[in-house]
Design a protein around this ligand. Sequence first.
Ligand code: ADP
Ligand code: MG
Length: 329
Amino acid sequence: MEFDLIARIRARAGQRDDVELGIGDDAAVLRVPDGMHLVVATDTLNAGVHFPAATAAADIGWKALAVNLSDLASMAAQPAWCTLSLSLPQADVDWIDGFLDGFLALAAQHGVALVGGDTTRGPLSVCVTAHGLVEPGRALRRDGARVGDDVWVTGSLGDAAAALALLAAPESADGHRTEAGDAVAGASAWLRLRLDRPQPRLAVGAALAGVAHACIDVSDGLLADLGHVCAASGVGAEVRVDALPASDALCARFGHEARRELQAAGGDDYELCFTAPQDRRDAVARIGLEAAVAVTRIGRIVAGDGVRACDDGGRTWRPGRTGYAHFAD
Ligand code: ADP
Ligand code: MG
């Protein structure tokens, strides 16, 4: 089975001039440009854990690559190549074709070539490794935040977690229906798109090199991920919970308090959270404009440790949970 599937994958994998040898040999051979650093990220998606079991194959394909490109984006790397390790319950040609539709559409958007992988039988699981390039010293790390920096986030927060909440319990939108029925359905569909088809913020990430001090992509929830930046940098952060960007769809489906929880602690956003000096505010705004991605200032880096969220009255605000922990009870 495996060879038929690999042949199908090989026939469709994208090309790049710097691929000396792609799918078909024991390993790929890639030309790393002189003077560039190679940036490598791996993420696994397991059925039922990282995506609902009923997710369409094309959406799984898209997301498997997107979450890896998001890691490269947060490092300010330019993506180049990827590998794909698939564990499949059966050799389902239709499923593979659908999966490749999503995976390769995103790969083509960013000029990424699929250069190898592995195909085995087992519970549905998708592991992607993405390789990118960055100029020496330009990678955006978690440990560069400085006291006085602004904290920024791209896009909007909480949409994917909202989609999951609606799947788990449609009534969880706490009866907050300010719109007519069609608009409610439209908002729900849009939230689902944010869950299934995250857009890696590669243009913003690359442009932030030399502007931002530290960066992380938000996958486990904003407060948890900003907490990782603070821990790595030896600083604290204050976040204004009411400044967190909310999409119209989120506002249409969830009330104020539920929304805050989803935005501050929901996972799967794949937005960038970064810190930058206050005198670079104009530069950050310009980067957002040029990439056509919203950038919102949500707080600042302070001396100390940990992340404190507060409401507009200055009172400390705590979510019911802080981020998605795989091994939590
Ligand atoms: P080997 O036994 O040497 O690992 P495989 O039969 O696993 O060889 O793979 C043959 C070729 O197909 C290799 O180049 C490998 O990288 C590629 N390949 C296998 N599975 C995938 C996949 N899911 N996606 C992309 N390339 C794959
Ligand atoms: Mg193999």
